[in-house]
Design a protein around this ligand. Structure first.
Ligand code: CMC
Length: 387
């Protein structure tokens, strides 16, 4: 119609109203349900932040305990999963396997009705409880090892570390706190590509699990969650091919050679420093400077050069959350290909909260963008035998 406006990439178009997350991209502000991200990262656990995102208010100690128990009571994987994980070739990237596994969660009578609150609460607990077990099992099976059964007594993050790395890995309070905080930093980010996908799929009244699978696949791409892996690969390439000299790579990026980008830089909404990157950077610097990690030095040099360079200044390109997180995951022992899976574990409560908000909003309709048609005008079809 004449009313249709073109907005490639939805730069200006709001698709919904939401009460969950506030971002002011010019000032670098991020708040969940009103709480600044820095306060949550410092003082709240990942499961508490999950509760706040999903239910809209901070839980009492009793509410948090019962929420935690409902999740830790759902950490065991259904039996159908294990043979499926083993069916993927070992070199398959973990993200498609994660997507297949979560897809299986939504079968066997679990493909819930969108109208039944009890079923939705159960699906919420299962998604938060089982996905870390699935992630760890994917890592183990890729490495030719057997999955490790969950142990709820270790807590959400301790259990994830144990299931991933096994008995010999020393789980310290410091490590648990660090990984918990990284999950908090990823918990929600309003209408990003994967969350919009969850809402897009959910808008057809598809079940919660199916909608989350859509989100996982959207997260996989290097412009979104896949950036954390891409950053580390970029740092490794600079380290091994260019002797750690960041200048050559920066020149390539500025000349847009082979579409090279400074991965972990830039953001659709933030036109100032990403407040999540502030926290991740501080943490990475603390932990990794002791280890003399050469990749940390390359990252710091890249950042310093970029923030002083006209190309990046003019375009308001700053480090985003993915720039420093990979270095921390790596120091914890996670292989690069698991980084985006960790992002998915962190984003899970946000995806769930948005799906639930969408279905409790009376204004919700099926999402159906319009287009501006620029193809051929009417042509006369000639049968193939006459061509
Ligand atoms: N390196 C070099 N140039 C860049 C970068 C970058 N990382 N990001 C944007 N630009 C340039 C871009 O080429 C364009 O230049 P020009 O005006 O000369 O054409 C200008 O900056 C504006 O960029 P855009 O592509 O219009 O911005 P966008 O809002 O469409 O894209 C983005 C946002 C995050 C996809 C992009 O900045 C990017 O590709 N960054 C690298 C990938 C990355 O780190 N993604 C993680 C995002 S944050 C968390 C998450 O979602 O995982």
């Amino acid at each position: 119609t004449g009313m249709t406006t073109l907005d490639v990439g939805f730069v200006n178009t709001a698709a919904c109203q939401s009460e969950i997350t506030f971002i002011n991209g010019d000032e670098g502000i991020l708040r969940h349900r009103g709480y600044p991200i820095a306060q949550l990262a410092e003082k709240a656990s990942f499961l508490e932040v999950s509760y706040i995102l999903i239910y809209g208010e901070d839980p009492t100690p009793a509410q948090l305990q019962s929420f935690t128990e409902s999740i830790m009571g759902e950490t065991t994987l259904p039996e159908v999963i294990s043979p499926v994980l083993r069916a993927f070739p070992a070199e398959t990237h973990p993200m498609p396997v994660l997507s297949a596994g979560v897809s299986l969660f939504g079968t066997l009578g679990d493909d819930i009705s969108i109208k039944d609150d009890k079923q939705i609460d159960l699906a919420t607990a299962r998604l938060l409880g089982r996905t870390p077990t699935l992630a760890a099992a994917i890592h183990r099976v890729r490495g030719g090892k057997d999955p490790i059964a969950p142990d709820a007594s270790l807590g959400y993050v301790g259990n994830l570390l144990r299931m991933t790395f096994g008995e010999d890995y020393e789980i310290t309070d410091e490590l648990v706190r660090a990984l918990d905080m990284l999950l908090v930093l990823h918990a929600d980010h309003e209408q990003n590509c994967s969350t919009s996908t969850v809402r897009m799929v959910g808008s057809s009244n598809a079940p919660l699990y199916a909608s989350i699978v859509g989100g996982i696949n959207a997260l996989y791409g290097p412009l979104h969650g896949g950036a954390n892996q891409a950053v580390l690969e970029m740092l490794e390439r600079i380290h091994s091919n260019e002797g750690g000299d960041a200048t050559k790579y920066m020149d390539k990026v500025k000349n847009k050679e082979d579409g090279a980008k400074l991965m972990g830089f830039g953001h659709r909404v933030y036109k100032s420093y990403d407040p999540r990157a502030v926290i991740a950077k501080e943490f990475a610097t603390d932990v990794l400077s002791k280890a003399n990690d050469p990749l940390l030095e390359i990252a710091q040099e890249l950042e310093e050069k970029a923030l002083a360079d006209d190309y990046f200044v003019e375009r308001k390109l700053y480090p985003n959350v993915d720039f420093y997180t990979g270095l921390i995951y790596r120091a914890m022992g996670f292989p690069t290909e698991m980084f985006t899976v960790l992002f998915a574990l962190g984003r899970m409560p946000g995806w769930i909260a948005h799906w639930r908000e969408q279905h409790s909003d009376p204004a919700t309709k099926i999402n159906r963008p319009r287009q501006v048609y620029v193809g051929a005008t009417e042509k006369n079809f000639v049968p193939v035998s006459e061509r």
